[in-house]
Design a protein around this ligand. Structure first.
Ligand code: ZN
Length: 338
């Protein structure tokens, strides 16, 4: 199918993309954070870079009208690796650690600034900005939320697996309190591919304390087995708390590839509430994590993104439900005016 026939008939907003600040940063994500490339595993080059240039090209090729950048700095990896080179003497170690935290926090702020500048200059984009409760103290973390929201951010992005944090960590309570009182959304990554990772159940403790918190879950819980495990935990939270929603990134290609039956996906989405679901791709990570063939020079892979859009276009939903998931819910949840 020509996906542009679909996106001409229904407004599609991608609630979850990672636009990288440069090709060099995309390379860093691939080599350093994902540990792929010529000396590690996987193909020599990432299947897609996710630069602004490529993101604009994806909009052009697919007809997706708007992309929401979840600006994420892999600050947990920076901070852990930086600690390996701190000196032995206690005084030097303490001052080196302070300097390291400040440098990593500065990196996060610079990346946030890039995202804010990018969405100001490109009307087809909006963003959430990142924080890190490990390298930032409470005041610095709240200041960064305030600063970025004033600069045009629409919420907060977190990546607790990178920080080795769980959502029930009490260092996060002042953040949740601040966000709840100002109705600012926070994006939450949960996973179950390793035993110690942040799960929806951990977020449940935060929601019990802050029941009005606007929490957006990546990949509707990202269960290893569809509708079980963390998928079921997410469903439970969505049923209990009115301000919990989730994005479909990484899950729609599972339908397109036959791992989830379309009618089972629709039944699950209706259990969650189709007014709580946002379309998302996770570009370029969706492509990078599922490389097919090495793209020719200057090209990039778009297979997973197209599969996801095709699943969105063909799931046995009502047309009203489809339009909600495709874009209307995002406008409502993230406060994007027409
Ligand atoms: Zn992502």
């Amino acid at each position: 199918m020509d996906i542009r026939d679909f996106t001409r008939s229904v407004e599609v907003i991608d609630a979850h993309v990672h636009v990288l600040t440069s090709a060099a940063q995309a390379r860093e994500l691939y080599d350093y954070y994902l540990m792929r490339g010529p000396f590690m595993s996987g193909p020599m080059n990432p299947a897609a870079l996710g630069t602004l240039e490529q993101a604009l090209d994806v909009q052009e090729r697919t007809g997706v009208r708007h992309m929401h950048i979840v600006m994420w700095t892999w600050s947990g990896a920076y901070y852990r690796d930086g600690q390996y080179v701190l000196p032995d003497d206690p005084a030097g170690r303490a001052s080196g650690d302070r300097e390291l935290r400040a440098r990593v926090a500065r990196r996060i702020r610079d990346n946030n600034d890039w995202a804010l500048r990018t969405v100001r200059e490109n009307p087809g984009f909006s963003c959430f900005c990142g924080i890190d409760p490990v390298v930032m103290d409470e005041q610095a973390m709240l200041d960064e939320v305030e600063r970025t929201m004033r600069g045009g951010a629409r919420g907060v992005k977190t990546q607790f697996p990178d920080l080795r944090l769980l959502a029930n960590d009490r260092r996060l309570w002042p953040l949740y309190d601040y966000l709840q009182s100002r109705e600012i959304p926070i994006q939450m990554v949960t996973a179950e591919w390793a035993p110690g990772l942040n799960r929806p159940a951990h977020c449940g403790e935060a929601l019990a304390a802050f029941p009005k918190l606007r929490m957006i879950f990546s990949h509707i819980g990202h269960g290893r087995e569809f509708s079980k495990g963390t998928d079921a935990e997410f469903l439970e939270l969505a049923r209990r708390y009115t301000n919990v929603c989730g994005d479909l990134s990484l899950r729609l290609p599972e339908v397109a590839e036959g791992h989830i039956r379309p009618e089972d996906m629709v039944a699950h989405l209706r259990r969650i509430g189709t007014d709580r679901i946002l379309y998302g791709s996770n570009f370029p990570l969706n492509e990078v994590l599922h490389p097919d063939k090495t793209p020719a020079g200057g090209e990039y892979q778009l297979t997973q993104t197209l599969k996801g859009l095709e699943a969105l276009a063909t799931l046995p939903l009502t047309e009203g439900e489809r339009a909600d998931i495709a874009g209307r819910n995002f406008r409502r949840w993230v406060g994007l005016a027409r």
